[in-house]
Design a protein around this ligand. Structure first.
Ligand SMILES: [Zn+2]
Length: 268
């Protein structure tokens, strides 16, 4: 059986469902990633993590959801953003289709850290309440927090966008699409209650970005944080830890979480 659902015949999926009810859904974003990383970074990361987890756990992967919610990145050319309602609908209908066929456990790998979470959580909560399916989001900031803290070498505020950790992961996974000579550092001064680095402990407000402020803050490069200390070996460690955590959870969910589906209608 192929790892990706779309590369199989329908009867292969029927056979798979006889003894495995779990599927992975990679969800990314196509958005500017400063001068050194490609627009597809978040989507590629979700797909590469999904592939490595799938190989380790013999789990099928649904076709990737390439685009996410990235309005502030429209400040730079090439970014594509969905409205959050659209992303919620795409995730909800994709998962509802899978649940209709009998998939009971869905692991969504979110490559667009943080930003995609609200729209995906709405879809997940609706599906859980309606169908009783088990859904979980693996977001690198939450599922790999400890490894991120261990590997992090940049100053507080250095983890933002196109920063040390995701840059390292891209240098490891897809070096040919990166240009390390253009990595940079941009950590704007901010009030102590407005720190957005997820590795910085402490109290902070949540605020919204807009295109013009974002362009100004990222100094016309799209960079937020510090990517100058990124390297492929750090990326390999970060990636492997992410894969191990998700694989461990899929094994646990497969064995321990019991689901009895109901109302698994076709999305109409
Ligand atoms: Zn990213």
């Amino acid at each position: 059986m192929n790892l990706w659902l779309q590369e199989n015949k329908w009867q292969d999926v029927e056979d798979y469902l006889k003894d495995n009810k779990t599927i992975i859904v990679p969800c990314g974003s196509v958005e500017q990633h400063a001068l050194h990383l490609p627009l597809g970074t978040d989507a590629y990361i979700s797909q590469k993590v999904a592939e490595d987890v799938a190989k380790k756990t013999n789990t099928l992967i649904a076709p990737p959801i390439w685009t996410g919610w990235a309005p502030h990145h429209m400040a730079y050319k090439g970014t594509i953003t969905l409205r959050p309602e659209t992303l919620t609908s795409v995730v909800e209908d994709t998962c509802a289709s899978l649940i209709h066929h009998g998939f009971e456990k869905i692991i969504i790998i979110n490559g667009h850290r943080e930003a995609n979470l609200a729209p995906i959580r709405i879809a997940m909560t609706r599906l859980r309440n309606k169908t009783a399916a088990f859904l979980a989001i693996a977001d690198p900031f939450y599922i790999n927090h400890e490894k991120g803290k261990e590997l992090n070498e940049v100053e507080p505020g250095g983890i933002g966008h196109a920063e040390e950790l995701e840059t390292s992961q891209m240098y490891y996974l897809l070096p040919d699409l990166c240009d390390a000579s253009k990595s940079s550092k941009n950590i704007p001064a901010s009030h102590r209650l407005l720190k957005h680095d997820p590795l910085v402990e402490g109290d902070h407000f949540i605020t919204a970005s807009d295109v013009s402020t974002y362009k100004e803050k990222t100094k016309g490069t799209g960079m937020m944080g510090d990517s100058t200390k990124a390297n492929a070996s750090k990326g390999e460690k970060y990636h492997e830890s992410l894969v191990d955590n998700i694989a461990e959870f899929i094994d646990y969910a497969g064995k321990e979480i019991k689901v009895k589906l109901r109302n698994n209608d076709i999305p109409l």
